[in-house]
Design a protein around this ligand. Structure first.
Ligand SMILES: NC(=O)c1ccc[n+]([C@@H]2O[C@H](COP(=O)([O-])OP(=O)(O)OC[C@H]3O[C@@H](n4cnc5c(N)ncnc54)[C@H](O)[C@@H]3O)[C@@H](O)[C@H]2O)c1
Length: 296
């Protein structure tokens, strides 16, 4: 028995890398999987899942296209009869410092990540809302999941990644927005920041597979957390963010007030704020925050 028997899942950008591992893992846990990618590699992944005894179908299209996004959700419903799990994962990098980045680099990365998360989520939300309406007020709704993909760059602000870090930061906020909006339809929405060796990262020697011992950056190490978030065991987990790598899962602190000062029923002045600065920071550093990710 798999943790996802009877579920229908979509994984975007599943033609290679982390997304491919998610698609294969969800299928091995019993889900029927729609393997989306902009490339034809989606077909190879379907063949591999079927060869392993799983159920899958390919959808070739772009996650940031309104037309393709609607067709993606429809494909799950038409082929497998429902949709329970949407894993938004597709994307690519076009790194440059803020003073060197050109318009096409900015537009392409914001498009594939930020819009590319919104479009499938939008059409999944329409499907789930319509289904809830059809079932009627007070009906017990099936469990639904959206699992988004951010990055440590989105959490901490990676230099050279104004486009990518901003889009990935937006995905964290979108996760919170959709978690609040869709909870009435029994949808949980969470976000993971993976770290793994894929065509996106393999140029960095720190990701090289060790000759012996645990292969920390094997992308397949990330997928069990996606499987857990997709499962009924995580029905009470929503609006949460995690860094996932190797044998580690880190739960991230949501945005929170760290210090406060109050002027006292009057408007602040610059001099007043300068005088209150030590109270506002209360001994905490006031400069550029340290990078908060786990060590390599
Ligand atoms: N690998 C890491 O260490 C790492 C770290 C942080 C975040 N991420 C994020 O994880 C996700 C997967 O990354 P990866 O390392 O597996 O990358 P990857 O480049 O190996 O795979 C990404 C896949 O997305 C597909 N894709 C690109 N544009 C698409 C589009 N418009 N529509 C549909 N598919 C499209 C590509 O064809 C490719 O198959 C990305 O969102 C990435 O930003 C990865």
């Amino acid at each position: 028995m798999g943790a996802l028997d009877g579920k229908v899942a979509i994984v975007t950008g599943a033609g290679q890398g982390v997304g491919r591992c998610h698609a294969e893992f969800l299928a091995a846990e019993g889900a029927a999987v729609v393997v989306n990618d902009i490339s034809e590699r989606a077909n190879d992944v379907v063949a591999a899942i079927e060869a392993a005894g799983g159920r899958a179908v390919a959808h070739q299209g772009s996650v940031s296209s309104w037309v393709d996004g609607e067709a993606l959700i429809n494909r799950a419903v038409e082929v497998f009869g429902d949709l329970h799990i949407l894993v938004n994962n597709a994307g690519f990098l076009r790194d440059a410092m803020s003073f060197s980045m050109d318009e096409s680099q900015w537009d392409a990365v914001v498009d594939v990540h930020l819009k590319g998360h919104f479009v499938p989520s939008h059409f999944a939300a329409i499907y789930w809302r319509n289904q809830a309406k059809a079932l009627g007020e007070g009906a017990e709704l099936p469990q639904r999941r959206i699992i988004n993909t951010t990055s440590e760059s989105g959490l901490f602000g990676g230099p050279g990644q104004s486009n990518y870090g901003s889009a990935k930061g937006g995905i964290i906020t979108m996760t919170l927005v959709h978690a609040r909006e869709l909870q009435r339809y029994n949808v949980t929405v969470n976000v993971i920041a993976p770290r793994a060796r894929t065509p996106m990262t393999e140029v960095n020697p720190k990701f090289t597979k060790p000759e012996t011992g645990f292969d920390k950056y094997d992308p397949a190490n990330v997928s069990p957390m996606v499987g857990f978030l997709a499962s009924d065991a995580a029905s009470d987990v929503s609006g949460q963010a995690f860094i996932v790598l190797g044998d580690q899962v880190h739960r991230m602190h949501p945005a929170a007030i760290l210090g406060s000062v109050t002027a006292g029923a009057t408007r602040w002045t610059v001099d007043g704020l300068a005088a209150a600065k030590d109270d506002l920071f209360a001994g905490a550093p006031s400069g550029v925050p340290v990078w908060g990710g786990p060590p390599m």
